[in-house]
Design a protein around this ligand. Structure first.
Ligand code: URA
Length: 190
């Protein structure tokens, strides 16, 4: 298995799909490489592409605020990555082929991290990682068990910015995550 540094280097040089032609930076992911909790978004937007870090725009600020409610932060106790690591031009949804080619990088990250809990932010991440039939409005906040990991889908923070009425549901989901962390994680709240 590749080390984190070797994986990052290989990922930074990836040309598996067309997105490499228009990217400024590969957005590998950010956070604690020893985290027990992994958050997965969809793909970088313009700001993320420029900075090379996930969730640094408005949705990212909201994500950081949401995480703070339950004592989580990218600089301390979680890791954040995306389904695709290069920006789809014009912020379109990543194509199926792009997702399928890129998800190998994410799977390699999951193998290194061995998280206890994986939280998928929004429909694209949830249908790719949890269940292709998942409906985010119906299934957010539910726990799924697989490969000795717990999975949950949350509304994407960009969806919460578009529709603040979804925020109370997300607060309930966050509290479920906090409870599960206390049950199955050892280091996250140390
Ligand atoms: N939205 C995502 O899904 N990921 C990012 O990194 C930024 C915005």
């Amino acid at each position: 298995m590749l080390s984190w540094d070797n994986l990052k280097e290989a990922c930074d040089n990836c040309t598996k799909c067309e997105l490499y032609k228009t990217r400024t930076n590969v957005v590998f992911g950010v956070g604690n490489r020893d985290a027990e909790v992994l958050f997965i978004g969809e793909g970088p937007g313009e700001k993320e592409d420029l900075k090379g870090e996930p969730f640094v725009g408005r949705a990212g600020k909201l994500l950081d605020d949401m995480l703070k409610i339950i004592g989580l932060s990218r600089s301390n106790n979680i890791f954040i990555a995306n389904i695709v690591k290069c920006r789809p031009p014009g912020n379109r949804d990543p194509h199926n082929t792009e997702r399928e080619l890129c998800v190998d990088w994410l799977n390699a990250q999951i193998s290194l991290l061995k998280p206890k809990i994986i939280i998928c932010l929004g429909r694209i991440a949830a249908t790719q990682i949890i269940d292709s039939e998942l409906k985010i409005t119906r299934d957010h906040g539910k726990w799924y068990d697989r490969d000795e990991m717990k999975f949950m889908a949350l509304y994407h923070p960009a969806a919460l910015l578009r529709d603040p009425h979804k925020k109370p549901d997300t607060f309930v989901d966050l509290k479920k995550i906090e409870k599960m962390i206390k049950e199955v994680c050892e280091k996250t709240y140390e």
